[in-house]
Design a protein. Sequence first.
Length: 227
Amino acid sequence: MDGARNITGPGSAALKYDILTALLVTATQGEATEARLALRLSLLITARFNWRSGTFSVGRREMARMWGVTERTAKREIAEMRARGWIAVHVPAARGRVAQYRIELPRVLAITMPHWQAVGPDFAARMVAAPDPAPEASNVVPLRREAALPEEDGSGWARAATQLQAQDPAVWGAWFAPLVPVGVESGILTLLAPSRFLAEYVTTHYHSRLLAAVSGQGVREVRVTCE
């Protein structure tokens, strides 16, 4: 899902539910601190988030009341969300006015990604803007689907893809399988991602792994772009 995608206008209602779904599945399956923060952020979004402005304004006392904690704990939890890059101050607090926060959507999506498959392959595919998987004959929805390896096209991506899939099938299926080779020029392999979010995430977190996979094939750099 494109991290810069608009959360107002046509299709925004479905996107809002997707964001909350991603947070809530993280609240049920993430590690303790991550799960707790995801649940509390979900409540803030549901109760106080302004989807048009992309911000929320909640005083510490109100947060504490909603979460059933002390104001000191509420302050600590908000500080932890900020430290993790989930939220940022949009307008600082001033006399008679509480602080206004914005949600850092690309970061929130990144931390929830490991749990998308628990919702279902259709949800995981939608979140990375990949085509929906074909319906299964069975009524049982699998949590994981085997991503097909690309055919050899002269770019070296097919061999690299085979190596990446063997190293970590889960990472391959979630992040590398949607990439499509554009070609190699001046030693630079360009891969096309279906969304800006996926392109940025792969570049940030998996660039060295991509580069290692294509090394020895006349490629000195890998670029992941999005139309």
